[in-house]
Design a protein around this ligand. Structure first.
Ligand SMILES: Cc1cc2nc3c(=O)[nH]c(=O)nc-3n(C[C@H](O)[C@H](O)[C@H](O)COP(=O)(O)OP(=O)(O)OC[C@H]3O[C@@H](n4cnc5c(N)ncnc54)[C@H](O)[C@@H]3O)c2cc1C
Length: 335
């Protein structure tokens, strides 16, 4: 029975682990992680499916990741266990005062339902300085439920969780894993000495505002995304900022910016504040690698990290790609 280790219990690692179990059922899969839900980046985001700023890096593969992820989430959203997955449809608006291209990349526009530009009258109805805008439907993949759903799937299929902090991937050599899938997010900076991975800090605020039923994105960093119990207000994007403590002044600024888009939010009580570090890399690393070990041995690795602000959106598509790479490595070993 081939042995596969997945390093990381975030949305990227758990998706890869479940996908490997599904496509390669003969494999024994272990997820190794220093931290698990809720102490990981993947636990906090609103989980809107809206990939952005990636297609310029690896156009062909990024397109496949977006499509495969959308198909997977869309199927789950109408399945009989949709309630457990935390996936549900949501429609809303993208608004901008100066950027006609903000609405979304062409591929995304073609993928999601109901995409249309807003008329002048509709823009006026939103108030504010908006000159460009669009409406579309997409999906929320709410991490608090989705990560629990993935973990349950993984354990039910015989997977093992191992709570371990690794200094280097070669530390796994004594466990005889046939392939290691590196889904360590920001941890890859130390784990495989990849200094191109940097944190892009983001702070958000959860408020009690059950009357808000649509999402809004205004300019590139103000957003209002409904989750099941709360409405998520954001946000910030601060490269190379490692601070995970919440900054009260940013909460005030976020709420002010969101109230400029949906004024009724001024009456919304704050339920939670959260800051997380997006594992950003100039391009997502999704490829095979071979780490030399002692005595002419090597450790076969599939890297899958650096998803920045798109990890929830792309997790399943990247898991499908990573699983294919694992299969290729096992085939070379005749397993
Ligand atoms: C404010 C904010 C809003 C966001 N909104 C969205 C959104 O709406 N939609 C979207 O698609 N994305 C969003 N994102 C991005 C998304 O959260 C990330 O892309 C995603 O969570 C990255 O997942 P990951 O599994 O790579 O990393 P993580 O969740 O950080 O998981 C990494 C795992 O690797 C383990 N690990 C690391 N190093 C080691 C080591 N040395 N030894 C053992 N284990 C190790 C960790 O313990 C952890 O289990 C947002 C992010 C932020 C901060």
């Amino acid at each position: 029975m081939p042995k596969v280790a997945v390093v990381g219990a975030g949305v990227i690692g758990l998706s890869a682990a479940v996908c490997i179990q599904k496509e390669l059922p003969d494999c024994q899969v272990t997820v190794i992680s220093e931290h698990v839900y809720p102490n990981i980046t993947s636990a906090g985001p609103p989980g809107l499916f809206r990939p952005y700023n990636i297609t310029s890096d690896i156009p062909a593969d990024a397109g496949k990741w977006i499509e495969a992820s959308w198909k997977h989430y869309a199927e789950l959203s109408v399945s009989d266990h949709a309630a457990q997955t935390g996936i549900f449809p949501l429609s809303g608006y993208i608004l901008s005062s100066d950027d006609p291209d903000l609405p979304a990349a062409a591929q995304y526009r073609d993928l999601v339902p109901n995409f249309r530009q807003l008329s002048g009258a509709e823009l006026d109805r939103h108030g504010g300085p908006w000159r460009y805008g669009s409406f579309h439907s997409t999906l929320i993949v709410e991490p608090s439920l989705y990560l629990r759903y993935l973990t349950k799937q993984f354990l039910e299929k015989g997977g093992t969780l191992d709570n371990l902090s690794l200094l280097h991937l070669s530390g796994l050599s004594e466990h005889d894993y046939d392939v290691v899938v590196n889904c360590s997010g920001l941890g890859a900076r130390a784990l495989v000495e990849d200094e191109t991975v940097i944190p892009v800090r983001g702070q958000l605020v959860r408020v009690d505002a059950p009357w808000v039923k649509e999402f809004y994105m205004a300019e590139s960093s103000t957003y209002i995304y409904p989750n099941r119990e709360t409405i998520v207000l954001g946000g910030t994007r601060q490269p190379e900022d490692w601070e995970t403590a919440v900054r009260p002044e940013e909460t005030v600024a976020i709420k002010k910016h969101c109230c400029a888009v949906v004024p009724s939010l001024q009456d919304a009580h704050i339920v939670e504040e959260w800051a997380g570090l997006r594992p950003w890399r100039p391009s997502i690393r999704l490829e095979n690698d071979s780490l030399p070990l002692e005595s002419d041995r090597s450790l076969e690795v599939v890297h899958n990290y650096g998803h920045g602000g798109n990890g929830i959106s792309l997790a399943w598509g990247c898991a499908v790609h990573a699983t294919r790479l694992v299969q290729e490595l096992l085939a070379v070993k005749d397993l």
